[in-house]
Design a protein around this ligand. Structure first.
Ligand SMILES: [Zn+2]
Length: 361
C-alpha cells in the first residue's frame, strides 16, 4: 500500500505542467479578477468573456509568443468571431505554433499597434500600446487565445490563465463534476500575489452556453485560477461536495483533482482535533478544520465573546478523517468569536473543544 501511495504522489507531481507562453504585460500589472475567462458577458449572459483583461493602461504590450502578425488594425464591421462590430477596437492577431498546432493570439482595445501584417515577431517584442478602443469601459488589454482556427465556435477559445502568469506565480485548474455553468468555486487562503487584491478571490465554472468557450485539451477543466502565489490551498464548491487540497509551486499549472486518489490511503486520525482556523485573523471567509478518529455526530457552532450563540455551521453525521469547513462571516462585525466542535461517536465517545478566531473588516 505504501508503494501505491508513493507512486500516486510521484504521478501527481509529474502531472504539474508549466506555462506555454509569456505574459504580455509587466509583472506589476494584474489581471481583472472580477471578469474571468468564461464568465457571462456583461449585458449578454448567453455569451461569455473569451479572454482575460490585463489592467495595463497606456503601456507597452509585449508579444506572448514568437510568430507572425496575422492581422493589424481596426475594422468597424469586423466581428472577429462572435463579437459585436467594433467590439475589439484596434486589435492585433499573432499566429504562432504550439506543439505543432496553430494558435491565434488576440490583443484587443489597443491605443496603437506597433507592427504590420506578416511581420515576424519574437517573444517579448513590443507590439502595441494598450488602450481603451472599441467596447471597453477603461484602458486594459483583452488577451485571448484560440487554438487551431482564428474563428471557430467549436470551443477553441482557451483560458489564458493556464497559458501564462506573473513571474513566480502558478495556476490551478479542475473540474467540478455536475456543476451548472457559472457555479462559484472558492479558494482559501487568498491566492493572489499582492494588493490591490483586497477582495477575496474565487473562480466560476465556465459558461459553456457560449460555443466559443472551451476546456483545455490536456486539462479538461471547467474552472481555473490564475496568478496563484506558491502555497497550499483548499478549493471548495457545491456547498463542500467538491473539496480539494492542492499545492502549487512557482511556474506550475496544477490539477486540483489529481491528488484525490491519495486521500483514501491517508491513515485515520488517532484522536479528535480541532485546528486553528485558517486564515486567522480573517476578512469574511475562513476555513475550520477538524479530525475525527471515528464516525461521529458533529455540531460546529460559533459564539460571540459573551457566549451568545451566533450560528450553527455543521450539524450532521460525519465520517472518520479530516474535514474542512468553510465559514463566511459576511454578516458579522469585526471582533473575536469562538467556534466550538461538539462530536459524539456511535460508540458514545464525546469531544468538546473551543477555539478563538478574529474577524477583521
Ligand atoms: Zn476582455
Amino acid at each position: 500500500m505504501r508503494t501505491i501511495i508513493f507512486l500516486l504522489i510521484i504521478l501527481t507531481s509529474i502531472q504539474a505542467q508549466t506555462f506555454r507562453l509569456n505574459r504580455p504585460a509587466k509583472d506589476n500589472v494584474e489581471t481583472n479578477g472580477s471578469y474571468l475567462f468564461g464568465e457571462p458577458r456583461y449585458q449578454d449572459p448567453q455569451n461569455a468573456h473569451r479572454g482575460i483583461d490585463i489592467l495595463m493602461r497606456w503601456d507597452t504590450v509585449k508579444s506572448a509568443s514568437a510568430g507572425m502578425v496575422h492581422f493589424v488594425g481596426y475594422n468597424p464591421n469586423d466581428t472577429i468571431g462572435g463579437y459585436e462590430p467594433d467590439g475589439a477596437g484596434n486589435y492585433i492577431t499573432i499566429k504562432s505554433q504550439w506543439q505543432g498546432r496553430w494558435i491565434y493570439i488576440y490583443y484587443m482595445h489597443l491605443q496603437k499597434p506597433l507592427v504590420n501584417v506578416n511581420d515576424l515577431i519574437l517573444t517579448g517584442q513590443p507590439i502595441a500600446i494598450s488602450g481603451n478602443t472599441g467596447r471597453s469601459t477603461g484602458p486594459h488589454l483583452h488577451f485571448e487565445i484560440r487554438l487551431d482556427y482564428p474563428q471557430s465556435t467549436s470551443r477553441r477559445t482557451k483560458n489564458p490563465e493556464l497559458w501564462c502568469a506573473i513571474s513566480g506565480m502558478g495556476a490551478i485548474y479542475g473540474r467540478v463534476p455536475g456543476a451548472a455553468n457559472s457555479t462559484r468555486v472558492d479558494i482559501f487562503p487568498d491566492p493572489k500575489p499582492r494588493p490591490p487584491y483586497t477582495t477575496f478571490s474565487y473562480a466560476l465554472t465556465y459558461n459553456f452556453n457560449d460555443p466559443y468557450i472551451g476546456s483545455d485539451e490536456t486539462y479538461n477543466e471547467n474552472y481555473a485560477i490564475g496568478d496563484v502565489k506558491p502555497g497550499t490551498y483548499t478549493i471548495r464548491s457545491l456547498s463542500g461536495a467538491y473539496l480539494r487540497t492542492v499545492t502549487v509551486g512557482a511556474g506550475q499549472v496544477v490539477n486540483a483533482d489529481a491528488s484525490v486518489g491519495v486521500y483514501p490511503d491517508i491513515e485515520l486520525p488517532s484522536d479528535f482535533v480541532l485546528s486553528q482556523n485558517y486564515p486567522n485573523p480573517f476578512n469574511n471567509t475562513t476555513v475550520i478544520s477538524y479530525k475525527l478518529p471515528e464516525e461521529a455526530f458533529v455540531q460546529l457552532k460559533v459564539f460571540d465573546i459573551l457566549g451568545k450563540e451566533i450560528t450553527t455551521i455543521v450539524e450532521e453525521q460525519k465520517s472518520a478523517g479530516e474535514h474542512h469547513q468553510f465559514f463566511d462571516a459576511y454578516n458579522l462585525s469585526s471582533g473575536v468569536y469562538i467556534y466550538q466542535l461538539n462530536a459524539t461517536t456511535n460508540t458514545g465517545k464525546t469531544f468538546i473543544k473551543n477555539n478563538r478566531m478574529t474577524l477583521i473588516k
